[in-house]
Design a binder for this molecule. Structure first.
Ligand code: SF4
Length: 361
């Protein structure tokens, strides 16, 4: 496994003055990266997209957004367990990732000074809640990154979930195939755990997190092949990020490559207004144009992706933008009455989130 670096002063590729300047940023938002991911960065380009994913910038300290704009706090039903949509529960099983994305929407979890009520890495209360709620048929293991757990721990959690008869779908959200693919490829014990639990009649489903085609390296491909060989299914989700993947050609390449590798492009997320994320904002009008121009370049399978906002009220799909109007539909809804609801809102050029929109009466 590669070495983790959690002190920006260790990043020798940055000038000494820059390391010094970025230190206060890492005191607010935790820094972590590993040698493999560092090796993907083009250090001659100060705006390199891979660099922007993990290397802090001073813009993170600008006044912007809030730590929990989707109000996940209100979704906790037990420590470490969120239940927002009827059939789906989330278990937050890890507080660590292979590196930390600077745009992470759960960065509050990694801060020692922010007390996120209810979060605990003890999954027992969450498992008891899920077992007592037969409407929960889907469980998403998330965090942090579940693949940072030891294979033994992951096995225990999967075994417990498999013993709950109404849980039909187990999903694992992970960025390890992008951040540190050898953590999977060189880990026969982990692969064996996944093989055992991903049965032909009840697969384990992975939600991957490739943001940029340059993350899709030979090592990443070996990791994907290893996952496919043990029988898990693979989809990908990525936020749309300024100067990372906000170019239709880059986004199209990502969608195509995912498809070639047998990974279904599932969601493109409108980046939430999370504190520290001002430098990643792409307004909705521009975001829609980028996504549509990317889709225009790719084949049908790569076009399956949906452009959505994960809002406190539900997952809202951006269907179209025409003139001053934006057309939306609830793809998931916290309030069941909103499910499938179609909305027409007024759109300004700088609107970047659902709360910036005015519904048209
Ligand atoms: S991998 Fe996911 S949870 Fe981890 S830092 Fe990135 S966005 Fe956050």
């Amino acid at each position: 496994m590669g070495r983790y670096r959690t002190d920006i002063r260790e990043i020798e590729q940055l000038a000494a003055e820059e390391r010094q300047r970025l230190r206060p940023v890492t005191e607010t938002y935790v820094f972590r990266v590993n040698d493999y991911y560092l090796s993907l960065i083009d250090w001659d380009d100060p705006d390199d997209p891979i660099r922007r994913i993990v290397i802090p910038s001073e813009v993170e300290l600008a006044e912007y957004g809030s730590l929990d704009p989707s109000d996940e706090e209100s979704n906790y039903v037990a420590p470490g367990c969120q239940h927002k949509y009827g059939p789906t529960a989330l278990l937050l099983v890890s507080k660590v990732c292979g590196a930390y994305c600077r745009f992470c929407f759960r960065k509050r979890l990694f801060r020692e000074d922010v007390e996120e009520h209810h979060v605990s890495m003890d999954v027992e209360p969450g498992l008891r809640y899920i077992a007592a709620h037969p409407e929960i048929t889907n469980v998403l293991l998330t965090g942090g990154d579940p693949l940072m757990l030891s294979p033994r721990r992951l096995d225990q959690i999967l075994t417990r979930l498999r013993a709950i008869p109404h849980v039909k779908v187990i999903r694992i959200g992970t960025k390890i195939p992008a951040f540190e693919p050898m953590r999977v490829t060189d880990n026969p014990e982990l692969l064996e755990v996944l093989r055992r639990h991903s049965r032909a009649d009840a697969r384990i489903h992975f939600s991957l997190h490739f943001n940029h085609p340059r993350e899709m390296t030979e090592e990443a491909l070996r990791c994907i092949i290893a996952l496919q060989e043990v029988g898990v299914t693979l989809v990908n989700q990525t936020p749309l990020l300024r100067r990372v993947n906000d170019d239709p050609a880059v986004l199209a390449e990502l969608l195509e490559r995912l498809t070639w590798w047998g990974i279904a492009p599932y969601y493109i997320f409108q980046n939430r207004p999370v504190a520290g994320n001002a430098d990643f904002v792409v307004p909705l009008r521009e975001g829609y144009r980028i996504v549509e121009q990317a889709k225009a370049r790719v084949s049908g399978y790569a076009k399956r992706v949906r452009y959505v906002m994960s809002h406190a009220t539900g997952k809202i799909e951006i269907l179209a933008v025409e003139g001053e109007r934006i057309y939306l539909k609830y793809h998931q809804a916290r309030n069941p009455e909103d499910y499938g609801r179609f909305l027409v809102c007024r759109l300004t050029d700088d609107a970047a989130w659902f709360d910036d929109l005015q519904p048209v009466a």
